[in-house]
Design a protein around this ligand. Structure first.
Ligand code: HEC
Length: 244
C-alpha cells in the first residue's frame, strides 16, 4: 500500500465510522438473535426427528467394521494411504497438526497486502490442493471397505497359469476377506500384523494340503474354519497356497 492509498483508505474509514452504529447494542443484539434462532432450530429438529443411531451395539460381534462419521473419512483414508505402522503417528496426528499450525501462523508468514486472488498464486494453489486432497480422500474413504479386506494381486505364477487360475485366486481372496483372515494375518499390505504370522509368501513354505489342515485343525488362537462350505474352504486354501 503506498502513501496515497493509505490516505484514501483512512479517509473512507473515518467517514464509515462516523456513519456507523456502535457494536453494543446493535451488533450484539443481531448476533444474539441469530444464535438463538440456530439453537431453536436444532432443538426443534431434535424433537421432531431425533438423532440417527446405528443398530444396537453387541459385544459379541467379530465382523463389525467400525467407521468414522463422514467428516472424518479423509483422516480415515489418510491412514490407509500412509500404511506402515511406524507412520501411524504421522498420519493421525502429525499431518493434521502441521496443517493447523500452518493455518494458525498464516498472519505471521503471509504479510502480503494483496487481496485479489489472481495476485496470490501460492495461497490459491494451497487452497485448491487442500480442498481437492480432502475431497478425494473423503470420497475414497466413503467407498472404502473393511480395513482387513485383502488387496493383494495375483502373483506372476498364477497369471502365467491362465485366466481360470487368476479368477480362482480372486474368488479365494474374496472368501478370505469375508471370513476375516486379515484380522490376525497380514497378506500383502492389508490385514493386522498379528497375532498370526504374515501369509504373504506362506505358499512357498507350506504345501496346499498343509494349509488345508491348518484351516480345519489350527493351533489356538486361530479358529477352525471346518464349518465353512467345502468349496469356500478349498477356495481359501488355494488362494493362500498361491501366495508364493
Ligand atoms: C483369531 C486370529 C486368526 C484368524 C482369524 C486366522 N488366523 Fe491363521 N493363525 C493365527 C495364529 C495365531 C497362527 C499361528 C499359530 C501357531 O502358533 O502355530 C496362525 C497360523 C496360520 C497359518 C500357518 C502359518 C505358518 O507360518 O505356519 C496359516 C496358513 C493360517 N494361519 C491361515 C489362515 C487363514 C487362511 C485364515 C482365514 C481363513 C486365518 N488363518 C485366520 C491366527 C488367526
Amino acid at each position: 500500500m503506498n502513501q496515497r492509498e493509505k490516505e484514501a483508505y483512512l479517509r473512507e474509514y473515518s467517514i464509515l465510522k462516523a456513519q456507523g452504529k456502535p457494536f453494543f447494542p446493535y451488533a450484539v443484539a443481531k448476533d444474539s438473535l441469530m444464535g438463538l434462532l440456530v439453537v431453536v432450530v436444532i432443538i426443534v429438529l431434535s424433537l421432531l426427528f431425533g438423532a440417527q443411531l446405528g443398530p444396537k451395539a453387541s459385544g459379541a460381534t467379530t465382523t463389525y467394521v467400525p467407521r468414522p462419521d463422514w467428516y472424518f473419512f479423509f483422516l480415515f483414508q489418510l491412514l490407509r494411504v500412509i500404511h506402515p505402522p511406524g507412520f501411524l503417528g504421522v498420519a493421525t496426528i502429525g499431518i493434521p497438526t502441521l496443517g493447523m499450525i500452518l493455518l494458525f501462523l498464516l498472519p505471521f508468514y503471509d504479510r502480503s497486502a494483496e487481496r485479489r486472488i489472481e495476485r496470490r498464486p501460492i495461497a490459491v494453489a494451497t487452497l485448491v490442493f487442500v480442498v481437492v486432497a480432502m475431497a478425494l480422500l473423503t470420497l475414497r474413504g466413503a467407498a472404502a471397505g473393511s480395513p482387513t479386506a485383502l488387496t493383494i494381486s495375483a502373483p506372476a505364477a498364477v497369471k502365467a497359469a491362465g485366466k481360470g487360475a487368476v479368477s480362482e485366486f480372486y474368488a479365494g481372496r474374496a472368501a478370505s476377506s469375508d471370513v476375516g483372515c486379515g484380522a490376525c494375518h497380514t497378506i500383502g499390505t492389508a490385514g493386522n500384523p498379528g497375532p498370526g504370522p504374515a501369509l504373504t509368501h506362506v505358499g512357498s513354505r507350506i504345501p496346499l494340503a498343509g494349509i488345508e489342515r491348518t484351516l480345519v485343525n489350527p493351533t489356538a488362537p486361530m479358529p477352525s474354519f471346518k464349518g465353512l462350505p467345502p468349496k469356500e474352504l478349498t477356495a481359501i486354501a488355494t488362494f493362500i497356497s498361491d501366495l508364493k
